[in-house]
Design a protein around this ligand. Sequence first.
Ligand code: ATP
Ligand code: MG
Length: 611
Amino acid sequence: MDLPPIPKRPREGQAPPNLDDYDRVRASFSWEQAREELDGLPGGGLNICHEAVVRHAKGARADQVALRWLGKKGEQEDLSYAELDRRTARFASALKDLGVPAGARVFGLCPRIPELYVAALGALRHRAVFSPLFSAFGPEPIAQRMSIGEATVLVTTARLYRKKVAPIRDRLPHLEHVFLIGDRREATSVEGTIDWRGTVDAASAEYPVPPTDPEDPALLHFTSGTTGTPKGALHVHQAVVTHHMTGKLALDLHPGDVFWCTADPGWVTGTSYGIIAPLTNGVTMIVDEADFDVTRWYALLEREKVQVWYTAPTAIRMLMKAGLEPLKGKDLSALRFMASVGEPLNPEAVVWGQEAFGMPFHDNWWQTETGGIMVANYASMDVRPGSMGKPLPGIEAALVEADDGGRVKVLAGSDGQGADAEGQLALKPGWPSMFRTYIHNEARYAKSFGEDASGQRWYLSGDLARRDGDGYFWFVGRMDDVIKSAGHLIGPFEVESALVEHPAVVEAAVIGVPDDVAGNLIKAFVTLHPGHEASEALEAELLGFARKKLGPAATPRMLDIVKGLPKTRSGKIMRRLLKARELGLPEGDTSTLMEDVGGAKKDDDEGEGEA
Ligand code: ATP
Ligand code: MG
């Protein structure tokens, strides 16, 4: 059912892609050389905030807009590189004045407002460890993460504090300082907290970046919780080398570009590519405070003349649901490159990009643990719809079999052996943004690695993939989600993609339901495009449609038409929850759950910044 490849776009009159020839760039790439593209600190040091902000503020980009903030209510604020430099210095100074030591954990619980970005970069400047949380989390997930992370400092808004932090504050013995951001007009005074405006704005705008070891801890990110309890992955300052190079090679960021990453910093994408990579690459990044909205998004792309756009499958499917009508009359001629991450991107969605925008969405694959993009479709390569592309230069990816004792058998490597092999996607350790541990979970961390017969260590991703004869990687499914049915191993993605090709279907999720005879039967859950009604006839039609595409072995035997699918706040379908509900089992950790009912997010809190 492979759709034909989409040829790479010609780039007449424009700068050529940064990665102009995959094989050539890959053959000559080294992380040591990549690091040379950054400034570094005297004595071999490396600090993320220095590379993202300080070095530009001292140079030709000082007055360029680094961050354009678009408020929910139509407000706009531009921060130049020089201004971002001053503000991050002030926050770093405020931390220093309070005696917060290097390595202390600074948590951010904010909507997408400028202070969040200042806090993240300012904490890094001070060599504190920054940990972002989704502002829509309830008190319980906040308490859990802050206690696992031993938060010393919290930056939040007065409203979020009252609603979500005050009730749990006595459970956070490490928490010493809470900065409260008011409503942009007034100071806040809440007992036991520090007024951001009064303190940060008054702190010194001089804060030379202190000596920072490349291995100093920098970021603590919690995983999305798609497959279980979220894990806290710790990253170090030299991760910035990966952020920078992947921004350049995979997202094709050129200095001066206008770039929009739609992810919230509460999710790793929103930090690696919503803060760090764009700034190290000297682009102007757009931050939209509002949530997904078709009309708003297209208006933003047009008005801001966005050139590079990075978003997620769940959003793309919602855009597809709205059809081509909202795009009529829009001038999106500035747009040069579109990319997607977070979930498998159905071939249908890639092709729709071509139809709607004249270019495909470029899928790329990575994880919280990898810190940056590992496998990608590049501007200079034909896109094979449904494939996540090829490993980044500097990344050795393999497909392996691993046993419980961590013994690894390599089935296919990056070198071209083992075409069409299917196995667990594994990466050779050593890239700069690899996580250094799961905090307070050393055992789990150790289990993420295995060793092959030659003694080579591998990071085991927990995802299954296939590699074709030309070196393109294809996502099969998470190992937890793969279905064993009548002697076959079935990846949910292929089945879901077939269902999504039906004109009535927006989204699909499939699970295995235990069966005495077959082991498991495939059950599908689908949501419908407007104008289609649920009926038994449509269910039967969809099952027939899938059977024709997939053959009997991989065809769902049962299908439910539903209003929405359970998803994480980063927009990932939680198949484990569908399964637990289907089988009447406990739901497990639901701290990151956001019910998606018919495309409208159902959240307890919008996470507004206002007091
Ligand atoms: P948890 O580890 O807590 O279960 P999670 O794995 O969803 O949550 P993240 O680190 O945010 O947490 O997500 C990484 C995972 O997302 C990958 O392992 C993969 O399963 C999926 N993913 C990301 N990008 C892609 C992609 N382009 N194609 C397919 N799957 C993807
Ligand atoms: Mg994971």
